[in-house]
Design a protein around this ligand. Structure first.
Ligand SMILES: [Fe+2]
Length: 180
């Protein structure tokens, strides 16, 4: 794992399985190799292009918030439901960290230096490109499932418990901005 990825995602340390942690970090590394964006850009660009030009919340602030929400939700559900609804915390956290990794391929930089949706992103939204990147790096299917099913595309999929948590964490940290 490179220092840049470690610095960007301190939450990688929450993944106990070292192999999964490494593959999750590798997927982000691979995404940067293919993207016009640099790690620093993610602290500046807005987390979505769907909420207008005034949105100030950065890509990383949103992504990290979703990972924290997912972890705390998983822990709470494990505490109350125990064996009735077991949650794999490593799978949950890796899936939350990777849910939007494909967005790095959705952007292009326009002539004003602003990040905009590019042609690739119009054809393949990030749930698809994210799975493609993750599979390249050997990320297991139960984690790729979370990437695939986290957004509205996943409404037609029978989500796992971990995928439900990431989906709701993502939307609760997104929809209030959309309604503003
Ligand atoms: Fe997403």
């Amino acid at each position: 794992m490179t220092d840049t990825i470690k610095k960007l995602w301190p939450e990688l340390d929450w993944i106990g399985d070292m192999e999964l942690r490494e593959k999750t970090a590798e997927t982000w590394q691979r995404a940067f190799e293919k993207s016009v964006l640099k790690p620093d850009d993610l602290e500046k660009i807005p987390f979505t292009l769907l909420c207008g030009p005034d949105l100030k919340v950065s890509f990383m602030a949103h992504k990290r918030c979703v990972v924290h929400l997912a972890k705390e939700s998983g822990e709470t559900m494990n505490r109350f439901f125990g064996k009735e609804l077991p949650i794999n915390m490593d799978v949950l956290i890796a899936g939350a960290i990777l849910a939007d990794v494909g967005k790095l391929l959705e952007y292009e930089i326009d002539s004003d230096g602003k990040a905009v949706q590019g042609k690739y992103g119009q054809y393949l939204r990030h749930p698809f490109s994210g799975v493609s990147l993750a599979e390249e790096c050997g990320v297991p299917p139960e984690v790729c499932h979370i990437i695939a099913a986290h957004a509205h595309e996943g409404d037609l999929v029978k989500r796992t418990t971990e995928a439900y948590i990431v989906h709701h964490a993502d939307f609760m940290a997104f929809e209030p901005f959309k309604k503003k």
